[in-house]
Write a protein that binds this ligand. Structure first.
Ligand SMILES: NC(=O)c1ccc[n+]([C@@H]2O[C@H](COP(=O)([O-])OP(=O)(O)OC[C@H]3O[C@@H](n4cnc5c(N)ncnc54)[C@H](O)[C@@H]3O)[C@@H](O)[C@H]2O)c1
Ligand SMILES: [Zn+2]
Ligand SMILES: [Zn+2]
Length: 361
């Protein structure tokens, strides 16, 4: 039996999103039907609406979500109706070269559900990141459901499904920040602040927040930044050096996704330190650096997709740390909103007024 539910659709490039009826089929083999409880509004949803990710309109938006499994397909094991889950966009396949080499966070054959949800006239919907969770119910691959302790609030748990995991993982998994390190984070939105939190959790001694907006720097301090630099007023490379005895930071995490901020990260880093790019550039952006500097400065240049996370390993662990009071994820939730306020939440995000607006269903 198919389910008719309300969902938020981006129907054409640049057009405002709207609420419409979505037809969600019952789960087939390998699939799960999930009743969504909360879903964060991420920058990537806005990228979809603007046509920055693809042209497969209409999109069913929303991908940073937690909810309750309502039904599973006939062959699904280890997941059943009533389970509280965080949805992930990395259900690793276990069979590709990356998986078989023990590096499943590089799996590109992820098992995500395909386009089975439709409008009432049968038009297929493209779910954002294979999830589509700005809807009362969604259909995903069973591997996209990660069971966690249900004691965590859904609006907090869902954030681990995307941006917060990307930032935490950039510091913890990709950069491997360790005790005593100096870390600079350029761009203190939800992703950058999560990187700051990750650096603090790992025992970084100095955490320098860099942004062009004083309000963001104020918030960054609440996540654990020890120093702040407004790069609209001061040269961030000079300031980072001043704060690190002239050396530069051991780790610089770029969470904006622009060539100029990447250059700041490259030159604000200590010789032999690590730069991690977690901000997502557009296809037009180009980076120009003297090759001699790349050679002469040594060190490591990395990028981080989804914080190099493994949902099955990382989500339950991070939920436990939160429940023990060691990971204040609730600070990312600027407001909870209804399904019909997503368009307004995009505008607030663009004006820099929120870290995360979270839809409660
Ligand atoms: N790698 C991943 O897996 C992944 C996952 C989710 C999001 N992202 C990306 O991470 C980036 C940040 O996402 P977000 O949700 O935190 O966005 P956001 O819009 O909330 O935050 C961006 C921050 O960068 C600041 N900023 C803008 N221009 C700047 C500049 N020139 N110098 C310094 N700071 C500047 C803004 O003031 C803002 O605080 C985006 O590019 C997003 O697409 C990556
Ligand atoms: Zn794989
Ligand atoms: Zn996202």
């Amino acid at each position: 039996m198919a389910h008719e539910v309300k969902g938020v659709i981006a129907s054409a490039k640049g057009a405002p999103v709207s609420i419409t009826t979505v037809v969600v089929p019952d789960p087939g083999p390998g699939e799960a039907l999930v009743a969504i409880q909360a879903c964060g509004v991420c920058h990537t949803d806005l990228h979809y609406r603007e046509g920055g990710i693809g042209e497969d309109f209409p999109y069913l938006l929303g991908h940073e979500a937690a909810g309750i499994v309502e039904a599973v397909g006939p062959d699904v094991t280890g997941l059943s109706a009533g389970d509280f889950v965080i949805l992930n966009w990395r259900a690793v396949c276990g069979q590709c070269r990356a998986c078989l080499r023990g590096r499943p966070w590089y799996c590109f054959a992820t098992h995500n559900a395909t386009q089975k949800m439709t409008l009432t006239d049968g038009t297929p919907l493209s779910p954002a990141l294979g999830i589509g969770a700005f809807a009362e119910k969604t259909l995903v691959a069973a591997g996209q459901c990660t069971k966690v302790n249900p004691a965590i609030k859904p609006e907090v748990a869902g954030l681990l499904g995307c941006g917060v995991m990307a930032g935490l993982g950039a510091a913890l998994n990709t950069a491997g920040v360790s005790r005593g390190d100096s870390v600079a984070v350029i761009g203190c939105g939800g992703v950058g602040d999560a990187a700051i939190l990750g650096a603090r959790l790992a025992g970084a001694r100095k955490i320098i927040a860099v942004d062009v907006d004083d309000r963001k720097l104020e918030w960054a301090r609440q996540f654990g930044a020890t120093d702040t630099v407004n790069s609209a007023a001061d040269d961030p490379v000079e300031e980072i050096k001043k704060l690190t005895d002239g050396n530069g930071a051991d780790v610089v995490i770029e969470a904006v996704g622009r060539p100029e901020t990447y250059k700041q990260a490259f030159y604000g880093r200590d010789l032999a330190g690590t730069v991690v790019l977690v901000g997502v550039p557009t296809p037009q952006m180009q980076l120009e650096l003297p090759l001699l500097d790349v050679f002469g400065r040594g060190g490591t240049l990395k990028s981080s997709w989804y914080g190099d996370c493994l949902p099955t390993r990382d989500f339950p662990m991070l939920v436990d740390l939160h429940l023990q009071g060691r990971l204040p994820l609730e600070k990312f939730v600027s407001e909870t909103i209804a399904l019909d306020a997503v368009e307004e939440a995009f505008a607030k995000m663009q004006r820099g007024e929120v870290l995360r607006s979270v839809v409660l269903l």
